[in-house]
Design a protein around this ligand. Structure first.
Ligand SMILES: Cc1cc2nc3c(=O)[nH]c(=O)nc-3n(C[C@H](O)[C@H](O)[C@H](O)COP(=O)(O)OP(=O)(O)OC[C@H]3O[C@@H](n4cnc5c(N)ncnc54)[C@H](O)[C@@H]3O)c2cc1C
Length: 511
């Protein structure tokens, strides 16, 4: 009996192909091992963060930890500064799907800083360490009636990654990117000194840090604006048909400052749902939907329901559930890993364990899955001026055809750093996020992404740097403004201490 089962199993693998089985049956390993492990990880980290904050030990320990980082940098110097430095956080722990090769060759500086240091409600600022993550920050701030004006959705995104990379949320059409709600950075520089930079103090450095990916210094703390929070988000769902109509409605909603939140989910070239929301103190009881409860449908599936039923709707969602609405299904990535994850039976029984930690998925993916993902999977966020939205969606459709597309508007103020609009006026942009399996037959990871990158450069847009970047160096510096960045690298002695940002994030620097 067992033997015939094994034979049948092997036959099935032969028919389907080993690659297919490894990718499509990954859920067995994920459900049996990664989900329970993820729960243990989460409980440990939340309990630790809560205890440390309650005992008020975080600020005292912080100074010690900064001194330790300064000592590591000075030791690196004494030992002859032979290689570049990078943060010692293992590549598999980050949210980005890639693991940098440089971690193996550079001097790893251990930055073990994951605490919320201080909430100053008078100045309306929270001071945090770089490894504090969004789940931790909302859990604390929301419980005392405050929130970050821009709160990127996934629990595991860290302050360091969002400052040095970038971060965005459906409130960014008012407040800008994550960097625009930061008022101060504290950094350990290549010579081991500690500096604080703000709009007034060391202002060049303040503007150059965002998007520099740790190539100007090590972030050891950030001060971020906070705003009062209300318990509910009143969310309005509007299904829209026709590409032109979608772009028009989305642009109008994004320009309307009375909407605290604006987001679009596009399910095909001509079908989307546009959501607009405001924070409120009270909810109509019959319209409450606690979407974050473990047995609730995945958010993007719930939203699709409005399109299928072709009706608008209004719901009241608890604020924290709203913020982390895409966490449980990792936007829509989890459907490729656990195909039955949105089935009601699975949700009721195991939904509380979901999602598996991205870091554990990366750690255990193995070379075959990594290679297949790279060839048959797209994870890209392209930031383009809103006026080019229609062309951009058409381009995405021709080059990759991945749905749903995430549409998130944001305001880009003029500036001197790597990312700012072409003119001196602030401009409305949109982040187009494509996560999933491309449906176009001619998809080829490098060629198709390069085509998209060219389009984005041509319209003066930007590519998020966590994703696979296939641009050549000249193309990269055509997209990003390197003037201030290069000037500071010279002045602060970064050239011997850190790689250039292009060398750190480009394809050849990674697996
Ligand atoms: C599946 C997925 C979902 C995503 N969802 C969202 C989303 O909802 N909203 C959003 O805004 N973005 C999202 N992103 C993109 C995300 O903003 C970036 O990956 C971001 O850089 C944060 O990732 P991280 O915290 O893992 O940082 P990391 O990848 O750890 O860091 C990013 C860069 O910053 C550097 N860095 C980090 N800490 C320090 C430090 N202390 N000192 C010096 N340098 C440092 C690192 O070396 C690295 O180069 C998503 C990405 C993926 C892959």
């Amino acid at each position: 009996m067992l033997r015939s089962l094994v034979v049948l199993f092997l036959l099935w693998i032969k028919v389907k192909g080993l690659d297919y089985v490894i990718v499509h049956q990954r859920w067995i390993f994920v459900c049996l091992f990664l989900l329970p492990l993820s729960v243990i990880f989460d409980v440990y980290y939340y309990a630790r963060a809560w205890l440390i904050f309650k005992m008020c030990s975080a600020p005292k320990l912080h100074d010690q930890r900064v001194r330790d980082i300064q000592r590591q940098v000075r030791d690196w110097r004494k030992q002859g500064a032979k290689t570049y430095m990078c943060t010692g956080r293992p590549g598999w722990l980050t949210v980005s799907l890639r693991v940098g090769k440089y971690k193996k060759t550079h001097k790893n500086i251990m930055i073990n800083m994951m605490d919320i240091l201080e909430v100053d409600t008078k100045r309306q600022v929270v001071r945090v360490e770089p490894l504090a993550n969004m789940g931790q920050v909302t859990a604390l701030l929301n419980s005392i009636g405050w929130t970050l004006p821009v709160l990127p959705e996934l629990d595991d995104l860290t302050v360091g990654g969002l400052v040095m990379g970038t971060g965005i949320e459906s409130s960014s059409h008012i407040y800008g990117l994550f960097q625009h709600i930061c008022v101060a950075y504290e950094l350990v520089l290549a010579d081991g000194s500690l500096v604080r930079c703000t709009e007034e103090e060391n202002s060049d450095l303040f503007h150059a840090v965002p998007w520099s990916c740790g190539t100007l210094g090590f972030l050891v703390a950030a001060e971020i604006k906070i705003v009062p929070a209300k318990p509910w988000v009143k969310l309005h769902y509007e299904p829209v048909r026709g590409l032109e109509n979608i772009c028009k409605r989305f642009t109008e909603a994004s320009a309307n400052k009375r909407n605290t939140f604006v987001e679009g989910l596009q399910y095909s070239l001509d079908r989307a749902v546009i959501m607009t929301g405001t924070m409120t103190d009270h909810a109509e009881p019959d319209k409450i939907n606690k979407i974050g409860l473990h047995f609730k449908p995945w958010f993007f599936k719930h939203v699709e329901g409005y399109l299928k039923r072709d009706c608008t709707g209004v719901e009241y969602i608890p604020l924290r559930h709203y913020y982390h609405r895409h966490t449980r299904s990792i936007f829509w990535e989890l459907q490729d890993i656990i195909p039955f994850g949105n089935n009601p039976v699975f949700r009721w029984l195991f939904g509380w364990m979901v999602p598996p930690k991205i870091s554990l998925l990366k750690l255990t993916q193995g070379e075959t899955i990594r290679r297949l993902y790279e060839q048959h999977h797209v994870v890209q966020d392209m930031l383009v001026p809103m006026k080019h939205l229609q062309d951009a969606i058409t381009r995405f459709h021709k080059d990759i055809e991945v749905y749903p597309l995430w549409l998130c508007p944001f305001l880009l103020p003029p500036g001197r750093g790597m990312v700012h609009p072409k003119g001196q006026e602030e401009e409305l942009y949109v982040d187009i996020g494509a996560y999933g399996e491309p449906k176009v037959k001619h998809f080829e990871a490098k060629a198709s992404t390069r085509q998209l990158e060219k389009f984005v450069r041509d319209v003066h847009g930007f590519q998020m740097l966590y994703a696979d970047v296939y641009m050549e160096r000249e193309e990269f510096w055509e997209m990003f403004d390197g003037q201030l960045y290069h000037k500071l690298r010279d002045e602060l002695g970064c050239k011997e201490a850190f790689p250039e940002v292009y060398d750190k994030i480009c394809k050849s620097a990674r697996h």
